[in-house]
Ligand binder design. Sequence first.
Ligand SMILES: [Zn+2]
Length: 319
Amino acid sequence: MNLLKINYSILVGFLLVFCAHSAVAAGDFVTIVADGYEFFLAPEPPAAGQALVVAFRPLAEAGLHNQRNQQFSGMTFKKRKFPLEAVKGGWRGVVAVPLGTKAGTYNLALNSRSGSRLLIPVTVREHDYGEQRLTVKNEMATPMRPENLKKIKQDRNDLKIAYNSSEPRLLFSRELQPPLHSKLTSTFGTRRFLNGKPKSPHGGVDYKAKIGLPVPAAAAGRVVLAEPLYYSGRIVIIDHGLSIFTLYMHLSEIDCQVGDLIKAGQIIGKSGRSGRVTGPHLHFGVKIAGVFVDPLRFVADSRYLLKIPWEDENGQGKL
Ligand SMILES: [Zn+2]
């Protein structure tokens, strides 16, 4: 029976029932066997504002010719698309659970090139990151001047181009490292009120940092934006492949250019107080396919991406 071609709702029902009995912890990954494939998820269950690493491979014993040749192009989760990379024996990628996602079970779709898809139920934990009230200049909280509005529009366009230029493969081979180790003055995900008005939640963490501290890249990658923006000030955005980006904001100085290949730990600029700030600090963020996730949590979880779950330490396949 070829489940790939089965009606969508039947497939969902099948997987929900099937997976309820087959999810077992295998090392750090939760393993799900369904439809001739073995899926590995970590960390499980993810919370709103976190990333979920996904790897999967066809089961050797399934032996179904069409499954062995099936090629996957990407994933869909909560109506957003995430890339997949073909690795030895299977595929890997990462999806991001948006802030504000309610507790529940959501389908992760693995889309094949032929148009069919596999569905995996993913249970998400709700998480409240609290709120924060800040006071900034009015023209920074709610810009009114035409030249500022024009700049903000241009910035949006530059950001869009930057975020559309991710490599389809992972560009780092070592776990991410936090850029600084100083005290956090603001954590990720807080609902923000600027001068009393509700704004977007905080998309990263703020490190206490005086002006001029060297800022290292969290991991290897390629610079896709390095310029001053109205809100972010001098910003560097690095693409790490698979639509994973790190952001470094409010810099006093930028020490790299768009297109530069950056090594892990390479200095990409210096901390500062440019853009919308209440004082000097470093804002560090991680954005995955348009979704901000808790950057420090992702730093810790990046190890899951580097491990192909079905390979041992020597890169050999294991059954
Ligand atoms: Zn910040």
